[in-house]
Design a protein around this ligand. Structure first.
Ligand SMILES: [Fe+2]
Length: 198
């Protein structure tokens, strides 16, 4: 999948010559950073952390105009875009905004750590898959239509999914990852180019 990142690390961070940090191209509300940091520092398990961060995000979903300039809220016909909003200096979490034009979608994928998503504008269609025991096929386990205001948190294993903008307007969502996507580029663990059965 072509997760396009436009992000950079905060200027205060020291550049590691071995890993080029992506630039920050938007704004993450300080209150949300503080709330996520407090939950991460509890040191709970991934699913519990994801659930608690989801509660924090749901309580303070920002207006898209507060986190991205208008030029980045239009979307890109070349594919959906991921814009880095914040990376915690110790690498424990990061925040991005994703912008999808109608019809744009991810590959089927899972993540290296917990993830929380909140839809700010438009709607996103999410499919969740189960991997067959032989690892050769997928089956559709669940599907959800997530309108603006919907928040969900999930953690590996069992987080194989695909997201698509099935609406007729640009969709924008906020994503909090239990990983430093400013260094990793994204938090994808694996993409699944497998047939979907049933
Ligand atoms: Fe994902």
């Amino acid at each position: 999948m072509s997760l396009t990142s436009t992000a950079s690390a905060p200027a205060s961070r020291q550049a590691d010559p071995a890993t080029i940090a992506a630039p920050v191209t938007g704004t993450c509300p300080h209150s949300l950073v503080r709330a996520v940091r407090a939950e991460v520092r509890r040191g709970l398990g991934w699913q519990c952390t994801a659930d608690r961060v989801a509660t924090a995000l749901h309580a303070s979903l920002p207006d898209p105009a507060a986190i991205l300039p208008a030029s980045l809220r239009r979307g890109d016909p070349a594919g959906y875009q991921s814009h880095l909003l914040y990376a915690e200096p110790d690498g424990t979490f990061s925040v991005s905004a994703m912008v999808w034009m109608p019809g744009q979608q991810t590959m089927i994928h899972d993540h290296v750590a917990w993830c929380v998503t909140g839809v700010l504008q438009g709607r996103e269609y999410e499919e969740i898959f189960a991997l067959a025991d032989d690892g050769r096929t997928l089956s559709l386990a669940a599907r959800n239509v997530n309108p603006a205001g919907a928040v969900s948190g999930f953690a590996p294993p069992g987080d194989i999914h695909r997201v698509r903008n099935t609406g007729d307007t640009v969709a924008i969502s906020m994503h909090v990852y239990g990983a430093d996507i400013s260094r990793l580029g994204n938090s994808i663990r694996r993409e699944y180019a497998l047939p979907v059965r049933g």
